[in-house]
Design a protein around this ligand. Structure first.
Ligand SMILES: O=C(CO)[C@H](O)[C@H](O)COP(=O)(O)O
Length: 236
């Protein structure tokens, strides 16, 4: 099965978790896009749910699929968020932000009683860090912020270059919130919690793509079928 079919399999399993009346956080990326499409099919068949999107792209997809949309202002507490991930470790810590939506994704996940990550099995890793960690920063002072982000990584026991994300056309990639993304290539993150703390303390950093203690369940689709991993204890 090709990776896209596996993503759809994982998304289909997550749709089975949706119950009538749920307030849903809708993730961003190619796997979450499958979830939105499949959820739309259920909605058109009569399922009543409300969705809060994690990006403008997802908002457009969800609206096109016929899903009733809301905002966190109108609906500040969500029942379930379903989103993709760039990497997931055995403790269900994750790297997100490959699609540049990490800030809204984290806010929506934190407003949800449960976050479920859907992915093909290639995203499962023993240790986070092979995927460059996205760090969302304000445009002002991006040069010193980049230096400080690299120094934060060194202080947290890892090292690597932070590179400004660019579009295919060579322009700086700008997030839905008007920020920039630094992709921090570390190879291996020995202590994600320490790195998260160091990055959060850098002036100019808006958010980073380390999701720690947020993911409750990971649905992983592989050639041998679906595997479900559940966090033992999250958020106390
Ligand atoms: O974090 C994300 C977007 O900001 C995505 O969930 C992540 O990049 C995974 O994407 P895909 O499902 O396309 O592999």
């Amino acid at each position: 099965m090709n990776p896209d079919s596996l993503k759809r399999e994982a998304a289909a399993r997550a749709v089975d978790l949706v119950e009538p009346g749920m307030r849903l956080g809708l993730g961003t990326g190619s796997t979450a896009k499958h979830f939105v499409a499949l959820l739309g099919e259920r909605v058109r068949a009569g399922l009543d749910v409300i969705g809060v999107p994690t990006s403008e792209a997802t908002r457009a997809d969800a609206e096109a699929a016929g899903i009733r949309m809301s905002t966190l202002e109108e609906t500040p507490a969500l029942d379930l968020t379903v989103d993709g991930a760039d990497e997931i470790a055995p403790d269900l810590s994750a790297i997100k932000g490959g699609g540049g939506a990490l800030l809204r994704e984290k806010i929506v996940a934190a407003a949800s009683a449960r976050m479920v990550v859907i992915a093909d099995e290639s995203k499962w890793v023993e240790t986070l860090g092979r995927f460059p960690l996205p760090v969302e920063v304000v445009p002002f002072g991006v040069a010193p912020t980049t230096i400080a982000v690299e120094a934060a990584a060194v202080a947290a026991g890892c090292a690597g270059r932070a590179v400004l994300r660019r579009t295919r056309e060579g322009h700086a990639f700008v997030t839905d919130g008007g920020h920039l993304i630094l992709d921090l290539a570390l190879g291996r993150i020995p202590d994600p919690a320490a790195l998260a703390e160091r990055l959060a303390a850098v002036p100019g950093v808006v958010e980073h793509g380390l999701f720690i203690g947020l993911v409750r369940t990971a649905i992983l689709a592989g050639s041998a079928g679906i595997r479900i991993e559940t966090a033992r204890a999250v958020r106390g």
